[in-house]
Design a protein around this ligand. Structure first.
Ligand code: SAH
Length: 189
């Protein structure tokens, strides 16, 4: 995970005016009033996914595409969904230019997951949800892990949801602060 962080040029995912700050350990603004997550949070969420390299990962909230680029180096395939077309298209371009050929960028409401391609070995939500959308639990492979910030608008609790033999088991990781997940199974616009 640290090697992936070291290798992926974060500056390629931030607007030109923020390039000087691209390696600062904080969230930065991107287009459409959204943010690229703090590198520490990207690393922590990636670590909580416990990837071995064979997984298909669903990411909800493509944003800049940075988290998807990190994941692309650590798993077999990434499907990433973004509700704002401008962001999805921008991310797709940068990911292609960096040779991340195992990432598929979709435009739509990721709060409902991606039923057509389910189940997923791992699911990562990079926007804050009021609660864990049930659709995401249903699309999680047996033995899989879902990493998601849930709670009020600000802050949220980073949670790990595991699909185990005992059923769905949820654990808290730490408080965090994300832009809202907006969609049918999340906050309304
Ligand atoms: N992972 C991103 C962080 C993006 S911030 C990165 O590495 O840069 C969260 C993103 O989630 C925003 O771009 C926002 O538009 C998107 N988002 C919010 N609700 C969504 C939904 N229901 N489906 C898909 N994307 C959503």
């Amino acid at each position: 995970m640290l090697a992936a962080i070291a290798e992926v040029p974060r500056w390629r995912f931030v607007p030109a005016e923020s390039r000087a700050e691209a390696w600062a350990d904080r969230a930065l603004p991107i287009a459409a009033g959204q943010t690229i997550s703090q590198p520490y949070m990207v690393a922590l969420m990636t670590q909580e996914l416990v990837l071995v390299g064979t997984e298909t990962v669903l990411e909800i909230g493509t944003g800049s595409g940075y988290q998807a680029a990190i994941l692309s180096r650590l798993c077999r395939r990434v499907v990433t969904i973004e509700r704002i077309p401008e962001l999805s298209l921008g991310a797709k371009q940068v990911l292609e230019s960096l040779g991340c050929t195992n990432v598929e960028c979709l435009i739509g409401d990721g709060s409902l997951g991606c039923a057509e391609q389910a189940p997923f070995d791992r699911i990562i939500v990079t926007a804050g949800a009021p609660k864990v959308p049930p659709q995401l639990c249903e699309q999680l492979e047996f033995g899989g892990r879902l990493v998601i910030p849930t709670g009020t608008h600000q802050p949220q609790m980073l949670q790990v949801v595991m699909h185990t033999a005992q059923g769905i088991v949820t654990t808290d990781v730490c408080p965090c602060s994300f832009v809202p997940l907006i969609g049918a199974a999340a906050w309304s616009e």
